[in-house]
Design a protein around this ligand. Structure first.
Ligand code: GLU
Length: 472
């Protein structure tokens, strides 16, 4: 009997892995890794109409991109339905569940009555104590859990503290539908028990389920796992998270050019804290992670903060690693595959040389992709409006004066910079008045990495040709 921690991530594969799911997975992962335990992965695919293989793949892919690995085989909840049925039968045999023969009409009447009285629907217990011998013919019964009617169910939650739910609030829920399909709360309990889960870490929207599940554990005489219900993520304005706020699939964050390590750091801080630490490595997070650090109030998703954090990670990533991340990112970005197709070993070398300048200015790989465009532009390169304006405002004349200076210079960052500065001084021109037309000519825009880096990376021939084009 091992006492080691076992957590699980249990997504329903009805869409992509959304950002809240990514955070839940991260917390389960970090806690398990902190304790030297395991994180299991269970796909809750019992809703056959909404669960698709594509969604399962998207979840596995999203977790893998985030760098969250799981232990053992992926468990399919649907595949375990016969075990769930078996437990329903055990509860029946123990007298802790019963067959309900209510007709759809009777259930509808119950619903309408509840609606008319403006109260939540509760099963009225018709078959709770009724003799099954009086069952009507031709009705396939559902199995209902005989929920305790008096007293209270207590959840000692690691985040929400002591949550007390009056048993009279919880009705006899169906655990096995009349078509023989188990329902969610039964399946979750049976799976978590059989998988040896010691800690359930999930969204606080599952608190009511937690009470129902606790009752089922107790009815089976099973140990109730520790629970931690994390507050949901809100938008920057405090409202429920919507698409506009960032309630997107993790693949959308990949396509926007965020680095997985920055995402891990950011998601960890969405609801968990370690003192005042804002930036920490994944290793630090693992060594610090504890359920006590999870806050009680909802966290707010803040794109600006995420961007800044990502920029920080990009700047501190070694150039070769960032280039590798960039190449891995391109297939997921709009226009990225086309750029990737043009990256040969020569272009790779150029990108690597340009990387220090590129990463200084980009907060995401998408921004980096945009500012690397100048390397790919084909002559004569198109100028945007701002670049055209610079050329019209004396840029052409400035370049004309500069051309012989550049032609005579050694082609490296230092010599180019020294030559252009000397020319600026000699002619009484502000450096910007030379640098801006050069930038417009080299990149077609008015923003770029340092202009001497740009000239250096493009090389003498290409740079001088771009100037010649501009002077035509
Ligand atoms: N499948 C549930 C969901 O996606 C999670 C269930 C659980 O964590 O217990 O919300």
């Amino acid at each position: 009997m091992s006492s080691s921690v076992i957590t699980r991530f249990a997504p329903s594969p009805t869409g992509f892995l959304h950002i809240g799911g990514g955070r839940t997975a991260l917390f389960n992962w970090a806690y398990a890794r902190n304790r030297g335990g395991k994180m299991l992965l269970r796909i809750e695919d019992t809703d056959r109409e909404r669960s698709t293989p594509e969604a399962v793949d998207a979840i596995l892919d999203g977790l893998t991109w985030l760098g969250l690995d799981w232990d053992g085989e992926v468990v399919s909840q649907f595949a375990r339905a016969s075990r769930h049925r078996e437990v329903a039968e055990i509860l029946l045999a123990k007298g802790l569940a019963y067959r309900c023969y209510c007709t759809p009409e009777e259930l509808l009447a119950m619903r309408e009555k509840a609606e008319a009285e403006k109260r939540p629907l509760r099963y009225d217990g018709t078959w709770r104590d009724r003799d099954p011998a009086t069952a009507p013919a031709g009705i396939k019964p559902a199995i209902r859990f005989k929920a305790p009617q008096q007293g209270e169910t207590v959840i000692e939650d690691h985040v929400q503290s002591r949550v007390v739910i009056q048993n009279k609030e919880l009705d006899d829920l169906i655990i096995l539908r009349s078509d023989g399909n188990p329902t969610y709360n039964l399946s979750v309990v049976v799976d978590d028990h059989d998988m040896g889960v010691t800690h359930i870490i999930r969204g606080s929207d599952h608190l009511t389920n937690a009470a129902r599940q606790t009752q089922i554990y107790k009815a089976m005489g099973w140990h109730v796992p520790e629970m931690a219900h994390i507050p949901l993520i809100h938008g920057a304005d405090g409202a429920k998270l919507s698409k506009r706020h960032g309630a997107l699939g993790v693949e959308a964050y990949r396509a926007m050019g965020y680095l997985p390590e920055a995402m891990r750091n950011y998601l960890a801080r969405l609801g968990w804290s370690h003192g005042d630490d804002e930036i920490f490595s994944t290793e630090q997070m693992i060594s610090w992670f504890d359920l006590d650090g999870i806050g009680k109030s909802p966290s707010r998703f803040d794109f600006v903060k995420l961007e800044n954090l990502n920029g920080h990670y990009m700047r501190q990533t070694p150039d070769a690693d960032l280039l590798a991340a960039f190449l891995a990112f391109l297939p997921h970005a709009a226009g990225g595959p086309e750029m990737l197709a043009r990256i040969d070993s020569d272009m790779r070398a150029k990108l690597l040389r340009a990387m220090p300048g590129l990463k200084e200015r980009a907060k995401t790989l998408l921004e980096l992709m945009k500012s690397a465009q100048f390397l790919f532009a084909e002559r004569p390169i198109a100028l945007d409006d701002k670049a055209k304006q610079i050329m019209a405002d004396g840029g052409v004349a400035a370049l004309r004066g500069l051309l012989p200076i550049l032609e005579a210079a050694d082609w490296n960052v230092h010599s180019l910079e020294a030559a252009v500065k000397a020319h600026a001084e000699a002619t009484g021109t502000k450096l910007g008045k030379l640098a801006q037309p050069l930038r417009a000519t080299m990149t077609g825009t008015n923003t770029s990495p340092g202009i001497f880096d740009v000239l250096d990376v493009l090389g003498r021939e290409e740079s001088l040709n771009r100037i010649a084009d501009a002077l035509k």
